[in-house]
Design a binder for this molecule. Structure first.
Ligand code: FAD
Length: 440
């Protein structure tokens, strides 16, 4: 049976009912029971932004038809439940690619809009929402609103990054980018500490479409913040326009909790850093391992066991934020409760189109933390304070625990946003960060 949980599997917040939309012209699946509603994509958000405890989740799984594909100009229109994985199958053979893609292709277009997702090219292309030209929003009163930068533009802006709260997106249209092959020219550079990261990142943004770094969060002292910087551009040769690459392995069971301990984490991080002996490696690779290394292992979230894990993603301003990032890594290293995955990237100065979008100019750090109860929550609350002090923010798509006070400080526009919320829509996340348990 399909489980409606988020990727981090924490918190467990079961909906009372699941309903399904089959056709984009279907009436909204609403009854007069007044339970709060929320669309559910593929549940690739980590925390509770896609959960609606005690309410109704509207599954978009069947809403996945291609509506139109202008192959000449690279414009695609589809139902909102279509996955980026399926879209790649359609567009890559025709020489087109996604304008922005997160680190997994297993998300829906509706989810990409509602969280206004970003990728390795944020410094060049901004967020996904910048490439959306129009969509239809179905409100609970039955109205179907055509939204674009020129029509219902306030709802267009509120829905991009609007956490699924402004209504149900039935279909959307967005622009693609042209590619000649499925290859990426990739360079991997070892860096010894955070200063070196900022030097490489600063000098890469102009010439490289995609940049990101993996950081060894358990290294301390002079090695604090060491890692591997990855940058790349679409290749003009090397791979045919074929979306298929490699096989998918799976994690068949939940790992027991003792598998992930400070020692195994340290060994993993050491090994990952040292596997690249040379300072710099250059290769041509298929886009799959470059953009979606984790997708190679199906249900990899099970390695964190039944207790699940938390992802922590913050953004801090460019200058004041450097010390904040250093302090966060220092605290994580000291706690020993760190992750296989720690990703560092500089966001560019490209405004996000959504009223509530997360990306803004600065440095963003992403960490996976196994959930170990209160000590984990206390550690992350201390990190929140660092982020708050320098005027940064946390990413709702990754959050399961930030306080209402912090959310409202990170997103002072939340009240302005509230006027666009559909009165029948809510989520576990929204009730938590607005201190409102009504309807839950
Ligand atoms: C391995 C991995 C890597 C990731 N990397 C990145 C990254 O690099 N950058 C990034 O930004 N994110 C990243 N994410 C997060 C992910 O991209 C987002 O959480 C995304 O929104 C998930 O989409 P989904 O389709 O699974 O939606 P869900 O998680 O199911 O839902 C997300 C939100 O979208 C809303 N929604 C879904 N469909 C509709 C609809 N039809 N109408 C209205 N609202 C709707 C939901 O109500 C919910 O609020 C990553 C996630 C994973 C698991």
């Amino acid at each position: 049976m399909k489980r409606y949980e988020s990727w981090g599997r924490y918190p467990q917040a079961p909906a009372k009912e699941i309903r399904t939309m089959f056709w984009r012209n279907d009436d909204f699946p609403i009854k007069e029971d007044r339970l709060p509603m929320l669309a559910y994509g593929k549940g690739r958000s980590y925390g509770d932004v896609c959960l609606n405890e005690g309410g109704v989740l509207v599954d978009t799984e069947h809403l996945k038809r291609l509506i139109a594909f202008d192959e000449k100009n690279g414009i695609l229109r589809c139902e909102a439940g279509l996955g980026l994985d399926d879209i790649l199958e359609i567009i890559v053979p025709k020489g087109w690619f996604l304008p922005v893609t997160p680190g997994t292709k297993y998300i829906t277009v509706g989810g990409a809009i509602a969280n206004d997702v970003h990728g390795k090219n944020h410094h060049k292309a901004g967020t996904f929402g910048r490439h959306v030209t129009q969509f239809e929003l179905l409100r609970s009163d039955g109205r179907r609103l055509h939204c674009s930068p020129d029509e219902n533009s306030d709802l267009f802006r509120a829905t991009i990054g609007g956490l699924g709260l402004t209504g149900f997106i039935t279909w959307a249209e967005f622009k693609l980018i042209p590619i000649n092959t499925a290859g990426i020219i990739e360079e991997k550079i070892r860096f010894a500490n955070l200063n070196e990261f900022f030097e490489i990142s600063g000098s890469s943004d102009k010439d490289y479409e995609y940049t990101v770094a993996w950081v060894d969060c358990l290294a301390s002292g002079e090695h604090l913040g060491r890692g591997i910087f990855m940058r790349g551009n679409h290749a003009t040769g090397g791979f045919p326009l074929d979306p298929h690459h490699g096989v998918r392995l799976g994690v068949p069971v939940d790992f027991p909790n003792f598998v992930l301990n400070p020692l195994s984490m340290k060994l993993f991080n050491e090994a990952y850093y040292n596997v690249q002996r040379q300072k710099e490696v250059r290769l041509v690779t298929h886009y799959e391992p470059f953009f979606y290394p984790l997708d190679a292992v199906k249900r990899w979230n099970r390695i964190y066991g039944r207790r699940g894990f938390l992802q922590y993603q913050c953004v801090v301003p460019p200058t004041d934020g450097v010390e904040a990032i250093r302090e966060i890594i220092r605290r994580i290293a000291h706690s020993g409760n760190a992750s296989f995955l720690a990703v560092l990237k500089e966001f560019g100065d490209i405004p996000s189109p959504g009223l509530l979008s997360f990306p803004r100019r600065g440095i963003t750090l992403t960490l996976d933390i196994p959930f170990q109860g209160m000590p984990t929550l206390q550690l992350l609350s201390r990190l929140d304070e660092i982020v708050r002090q320098v005027g940064g923010a946390l990413y709702p798509a990754k959050d399961a625990r930030m306080s209402a006070e912090n959310f409202q400080t990170f997103y002072p526009q939340w009240q302005e946003f509230s006027q666009y919320i559909d009165p029948r829509f809510s989520s576990s996340f929204w009730r938590r960060v607005t201190n409102n348990q009504e309807g839950a």
